[in-house]
Design a binder for this molecule. Sequence first.
Ligand SMILES: NC(=O)c1ccc[n+]([C@@H]2O[C@H](COP(=O)([O-])OP(=O)(O)OC[C@H]3O[C@@H](n4cnc5c(N)ncnc54)[C@H](O)[C@@H]3O)[C@@H](O)[C@H]2O)c1
Length: 346
Amino acid sequence: MPPALRSCILTANVGRRTGIARLAPLPPLARAHHCPPGQQSLLDPANQSKTGEQPAYGPIGVAAALHHSTNDPAPSPTLFRHEFSLADRVALVSGGHRGLGLEMALALIEAGARAVYCVDLPKEPSDEWQKVREYAAHMTNKGGEGRLEYVSGNVTDQAAMWKVGRDIGDKEGRMDACIAAAGVLKSHTDCLEYPAAQFREVMDVNVNGVLFTAQAAGRQMARFGNGGSIVLVASMSGSVTNKDHAWVSYNTSKSAVLQMARSMACELGPKQIRVNTLSPGYIYTNLTAAYLDTQPHLLEKWASLNPVGRIGRPDELRGVITWLTSDASTFCTGSDILVSGGHHSW
Ligand SMILES: NC(=O)c1ccc[n+]([C@@H]2O[C@H](COP(=O)([O-])OP(=O)(O)OC[C@H]3O[C@@H](n4cnc5c(N)ncnc54)[C@H](O)[C@@H]3O)[C@@H](O)[C@H]2O)c1
């Protein structure tokens, strides 16, 4: 390797997050790819110190290519081995007993997580949940221990949720990811007649419960100082109104979740804790089955409201949740990620 390049190998500036190192500035040769042929790069090496820390497994991407010498062993892709990997990470998922929460919990296991704690109402997990746990336990090449754990709990109980988080932190010694997926949708109710108790009930689960879940995990992330990623499951109903559905409490609650994430992201950024929302469109789960199974015409109607002409499957959130909870999205915080088949595009 040329001496100029060798001088650019990782310095031992190890940071807090799961081992982070800073790259020394690239030499002119390595920076030359940013400028037209024959011109000197305008990139100031001093400013590279302001672009954040490289992960311990860095350099990656173009920087890795520029640090590579033909005398070095053949390189292998890092994208799925490192950036998208959740190897040894620990996560808390509310509403993880079924539906979108369970689907996303399994995705984290497949991405290499050590343990994913599913918090939900039933005292004991169902046969379906147990089957998913067995499946995860027996899966090979998943890159991690892959324990799916169940905790019975109500997200509206702040003290109980904080205790769930603390217990996980005490046992695992870390907390890296959180998905607040517990939520409820009520039947149609006229907005001018909406009963106070029912409105408060929806807010309690969909807003307070999301905050308490994020707090439960976020407090542990702050405790261990490794940063982390919190994903609040909102909905496209937080930014558009579902045509012909009288869901004022649900829509209001999801809008609140969007702003909660932006607000938390701003407070927690300095701690390297990222907070984003994931906003699905119509996906067939128990929540939507309450409508679709009793009013079959809605399937065609909902499908016709987006350009792909169908409603979604829970597994179609596997990629986005792995991206949001992994190092592949380290510059993404305070954002709302819409996964709706393009519902918003019309
Ligand atoms: N399915 C969709 O089309 C869709 C679209 C957009 C957003 N969402 C959101 O995705 C999330 C998951 O929904 P889903 O479709 O998987 O529904 P679901 O009904 O299958 O799952 C929701 C889970 O939350 C749990 N839960 C409810 N109240 C709780 C409480 N107080 N404490 C703990 N757990 C509680 C339920 O027991 C259930 O396991 C919800 O926040 C929902 O609003 C769903």
